[in-house]
Design a protein around this ligand. Sequence first.
Ligand code: V47
Ligand code: SF4
Length: 398
Amino acid sequence: MLTASKLETIINDANLFPALREIAHKVANGTRISPDEGLLLYEKADLAYLGALANHIREKKHGNDTFFNRNFHIEPTNLCVYTCTFCSYSRLIKQRHEGWEYNLEEIMDIVKKYDGEPVTEVHIVGGVLPQYDLAFYTELFQRIKAHRPDLHLKALTPVEYHYVFKKAKISYEEGMKLMAEAGVDSLPGGGAEIFHPEIRDQIAGGKCSGEEWLRMHEIWHQLGKRSNATMLYGHIENYAHRIDHLEKLRALQDKTGGFQTFIPLKFRNQGNQMSHIPEVSTIEDLRNYAVSRIYLDNFGHLKAYWPMISRNVAQLALSFGVDDIDGTIDDTTKIYSMAGSEEQSPAMSTRDLVNLVRQVGRKPIERDTLYNVLTDYSEVTFAEDEQFRGYLELPVLN
Ligand code: V47
Ligand code: SF4
């Protein structure tokens, strides 16, 4: 594992490009890097250098602690009024026969499947469908909270909210307040893609702009709520677009402090309009995690979403700035399986997640959505004869 002393070795390397040595000094001193320096990292820095810097920050913030939670996902529909070019999962409303569209009862049935199970979070995100309006979502969220008040409701992105509030002719401020009152606890990071209009207009034209995405999160944070942020990378954007994206997130975080976790999402190229674009390499994935960790000095956490990058790369990422590996997920998630992810129906048992973290010498910590520690798995052992029972699997304490 790379350690803090590795950073010293890098700083003392006589052959190091002087501007990279300056950045390494800044990281050692906890000083913020500039957009130009961020760009230099993307363009010039090699993997070992980036790993040493990012891991230094990760270990300073969290030591070996590696977070996960017990969650499940619901995608109410894959029908969508938008046609993002990277999206493999959505279908137009006229292609209804190829999609699914759950009503309130069907969504509640999914929630009820988890009754009595030790899950702490439900993550709800899907396509944008006209009949899923303000009244629909308000009732859905109220019913979920009434049925299971202990479950943290992480639901919808500014893409859905923008559409719903516009249709209901209410402001973002009014809409977000109503959603908080209906029971939404936090916002997931989706829909961010790439903020810069040069790219966003080409890949996600018609849906909310980068400014609108940021404004919605700002309003949410002003209500005292928390959210995540993502960046869809590795398609037609260049490094300057990535830095622009990171800079906008860092600036908003300075203002509100409401972001919890940054999640880079690797573009997967199967079954979408950008299938001709090759996927970036694992080395580029790791470099991107590391630059994100170095640049976003005011973000607490960096997450590797394992269903998308594979379990092995998620393990590697833990040495490149990542301290969070999402959760058990238990899902029939189609967003990634339809885009070419190796995980067709992602779900990991708690034991598998714990082992994945332990195998690379880190400390598995089960958290809730707001990063309160629920179980430190350092001292927990699992029974030899335990059957694999998906996310339901429970540890046997020593
Ligand atoms: O916004 C869609 C991305 C996002 C593809 O907040 C794709 O904890 C790669 O935001 N290749 C939705 N990515 C998922 C999301 C998320 C996931 C995990 C955790 C959290 C969190 C949030 O998925 C979309 C889009 O950026 N996406 N298609 C694709 N072909
Ligand atoms: Fe619709 Fe979201 Fe897919 Fe875009 S990424 S087409 S908004 S489901």
